[in-house]
Design a protein around this ligand. Structure first.
Ligand SMILES: C[S@@+](CC[C@H](N)C(=O)[O-])C[C@H]1O[C@@H](n2cnc3c(N)ncnc32)[C@H](O)[C@@H]1O
Length: 283
């Protein structure tokens, strides 16, 4: 294995562990706050009539479940995530919420070779591409599995000022633990700058791409609720190391970092995201 591959493999393993640890808190305390992103994605594609839709890095089931309900039984929705605990949770929801046109499988965004070329009408990836070691490979896979006239919708954190959850979570952890640095790693707002997400889609072979900002205020009732959400981020393994003795200091640090966004007893975080659309020319 070359040192570059070893580096990517180490990042992948760190992310896999982080999202495995984060699964329950992510599903309960973060995913519901991303509903405005689902709405923006849906607004971009609701006029289409896809027969097959792929949701990559599908997490605990959204937006795949909402999209499957929207497009109805004529559309088969497949969700893929590399984290078994996320896939299990998503599959339980599809079953419990009776969404039979939606199924979930384990798989890596960088290698969708289990899926045939030109076999999907739409590929979505909400808040996933930023965690993939080689996002260019993932976007190349999105392009490969799309049919002629297909559409990819990809979201990531927006401007530095709007990437508030990762900034508060990273800032809190950095005060107590040494963070495993990712040499050459990208900050969470990387794709929002210089039109990078749209450019990456063009580089991956899309015929047309653009990106726009989506803003959403994310509210938390109190510091504990925000703490629960931070434990559902990619910093989850560090939060797991917070002992009962350390917890009051951690809560105080969260209060300090989130102080500018105080709203009554809780917080209102003005978050920003980027939504990029890539399209493939018709046959
Ligand atoms: C912030 S969550 C987003 C989940 C979901 N898309 C949503 O919007 O709620 C990031 C997800 O990316 C997944 N992920 C990270 N790297 C991945 C990879 N290389 N391949 C597949 N999934 C990956 C994680 O397991 C996690 O479920």
């Amino acid at each position: 294995m070359t040192s570059e591959n070893a580096h990517h493999e180490a990042k992948r393993a760190r992310m896999h562990q982080a999202w495995t640890v984060a699964t329950d808190n992510y599903a309960a305390h973060i995913e519901p706050h991303f509903a405005p992103l689902t709405a923006a994605m849906l607004a971009a594609i609701s006029h289409l009539e896809p027969a097959r839709l792929l949701d990559v890095a599908c997490g605990a089931g959204e937006p795949a479940l909402t999209l499957a309900r929207h497009f109805g039984p004529a559309c088969e929705v497949v969700g893929i995530d590399f984290c078994g605990s996320m896939v299990d949770r998503a599959a339980q929801r599809a079953n419990g919420e009776r969404v039979p046109n939606c199924r979930f499988e384990c798989g890596d965004a960088e290698d969708l070779s289990a899926l045939a070329d030109a076999s999907f009408d739409i590929v979505t990836c909400r808040q996933g591409v930023g965690f993939v070691p080689r996002p260019e490979r993932a976007l190349g896979e999105f392009r490969r599995v799309l049919k002629a006239s297909g559409t990819a919708l990809v979201t990531s954190w927006g401007t530095k000022g709007g990437a508030l959850l990762p900034r508060i979570s990273g800032g809190t952890i950095a005060s107590f633990f040494e963070i495993d640095q990712d040499p050459g790693g990208r900050p969470p707002w990387h794709f929002a700058e210089e039109n990078r997400l749209a450019r990456a889609l063009l580089d991956a072979g899309f015929d047309h791409a653009d990106q726009r900002e989506v803003r959403a205020d994310i509210g938390f009732a109190n510091t504990r609720a925000l703490y629960s959400a931070l434990r559902g981020t990619a910093m989850s393994p560090y939060f797991q190391r917070v002992t009962d003795e350390l917890e009051p200091a951690v809560l105080a640090k969260i209060e300090e970092l989130a102080a500018p966004y105080r709203a009554g007893e809780g917080y209102r975080l003005p978050c920003a995201f980027v939504l990029a659309t890539g399209t493939v020319r018709g046959a």
